[in-house]
Write a protein that binds this ligand. Sequence first.
Ligand SMILES: O=C1N[C@H]2[C@H](CS[C@H]2CCCCC(=O)c2ccc3ccc4cccc5ccc2c3c45)N1
Length: 128
Amino acid sequence: RGKCNLAGWWQNELGSEMLVFNANSKGNFSGEYYTAVSSAQKPIETSPLRGSQHLDEDGKCTFGFTVNWSKFSDSTTVFVGQRFEDHRGQEVLKTGWLLRHKVNSLHDDWQATRVGTNIFTRLNCKEE
Ligand SMILES: O=C1N[C@H]2[C@H](CS[C@H]2CCCCC(=O)c2ccc3ccc4cccc5ccc2c3c45)N1
């Protein structure tokens, strides 16, 4: 597993947590996402994620992943970002996201996509 190994526990500034499993030789990975926030009217549950990363050796790989909020209801978030090390050598994932929630008519499509950013850092207290 090269310098750009995304496997392990991460958290973002909202307090959401995700567990990323090892990528295969093509850079495809899966994991689980536990969001700390939601606009859904249902209790928050862990949701599956699937993604793909570059495997470059400089530790600055780009990646993307999709979270299927399966149990919430019909909504999906795609994250895209890059891994960095900050001035103290701490790993950081700088990401942007698009959240698409289901609307009932084409007329409402204009309001269906939200955009934002998240920064993830390693969550060291969790076992692998
Ligand atoms: O860690 C992070 N957490 C947040 C950001 C980007 S993803 C986001 C959490 C999204 C959870 C699902 C959700 O809110 C959600 C789920 C189902 C919905 C059904 C219907 C909706 C109707 C209007 C607006 C919504 C807004 C969010 C919705 C849903 C709706 N980073």
